[in-house]
Design a protein around this ligand. Structure first.
Ligand code: UTP
Length: 298
């Protein structure tokens, strides 16, 4: 197997989703729908459209709905068939055929780095992708495909980044970049959630990574950092010092759908683009906006 072929993607989905409580008390955050599709399906479709064949989902307690979603649903299929709803039937069947799915339980939410480490035995000695299920990137070229393109040319770890406002850097892993070409940087260092005054740049890591298998050895030795969690950013900092790491500015509209406001904005954007809802929804929004601005003027 060539070290340049990336066939597997890890989707960590074992987090507690505290920003979205109480909705996430007993239901996975990753199953929240943007219009009619759960968040995690957007991520899986992005991976598949980028050439990924095997999807490894890291799950935990209360996350069974994710497995059920990507499984066959024989009873539902029979029902749709009997009712002659063939278009819906095909759509439902297609979900379980998207990729080869595999699930690993993270027994405790010990951090994103720990979640990635849980996939080691299924990845082996290959480069792999990591996609965070609550970061939705709406892009003409799938976000992961953009990173894979860089990976094939540059042969090093590749992190997806985007510029964020300076006051928001403390919500992200921030890279210390050395510009190589338009949108492409060599990563010299990374800082997890820095204060704006300490941030080395405003380029934030946005939930898409291509990583070499060496990251597992580093993760095993990474001590718990912020919040007592094993941070992927800490392991990436060590990796950046040992081998080549790049940051690529992903082209596309990113939504942090794990956050209530980000989720609402993503819902509006996807509803407006939806072929069967968009026109009516946009009429509703316009009339609602008029009412809001009238209220403000009063
Ligand atoms: P987040 O911090 O965004 O998700 O982690 P969270 O912990 O679920 O949400 P909040 O912050 O409490 O609201 C980024 C990704 O890493 C996964 C999460 O599921 C999310 O997709 N994760 C995080 C794990 O799989 N395991 C962990 O121990 C921590």
């Amino acid at each position: 197997m060539s070290r340049l072929t990336v066939r597997k993607a890890v989707i960590p989905a074992a987090g507690l989703g505290t920003r979205f409580l109480p909705a996430t008390k007993a239901s996975p955050k990753e199953m929240l729908p943007l219009v009619d599709k759960p968040l995690i399906q957007y991520t899986v479709e992005e991976a598949v459209a980028s050439g990924i064949e095997d999807i490894i989902v890291i799950t935990g307690r209360g996350k069974r709905a994710i497995e059920d979603h990507f499984d066959r649903s024989v009873e539902l299929e029979e029902n749709l068939k009997g009712a002659g709803k063939s278009q819906l039937l095909n759509q439902i069947r297609q979900i379980s055929n998207l990729a080869n799915f595999c699930y690993v339980r993270q027994t405790e939410a010990l951090g994103l780095g720990h979640a990635v480490l849980c996939a080691q035995h299924l990845i082996g000695d290959e480069p792999f992708a990591v996609i965070l299920g609550d970061e939705i990137i709406d892009a003409a070229v799938p976000a992961l495909a953009q990173l894979l393109h860089v990976y094939k040319k540059r042969h090093g770890a590749v992190l997806g980044v985007q510029e964020v406002p300076k006051q928001d850097v403390s919500r992200y892993g921030i890279v210390s970049p050395k510009r190589l070409a338009r949108g492409l940087h060599r990563v010299e260092d990374l800082v997890e959630k820095p204060a704006p005054a300490d941030a080395p740049s405003t380029l934030a890591v946005i939930g898409r990574y291509i990583l070499p298998p060496e990251i597992f050895t580093i993760l095993r030795k990474t001590a718990p950092g912020k919040n007592g969690e094993i941070q992927l950013t800490d392991a990436l900092t060590t990796l950046a010092k040992k081998s080549r790491m790049f940051a690529y500015e992903i082209k596309g509209q990113r939504h942090d759908a794990g956050d209530k406001l980000g989720f609402l904005i993503a819902t509006v954007e996807f509803a407006l683009k939806n072929p069967s809802l968009g026109a009516e929804f946009s009429d509703y929004l316009l009339s609602r906006a008029r009412m809001l601005s009238d209220d403000r003027r009063k």
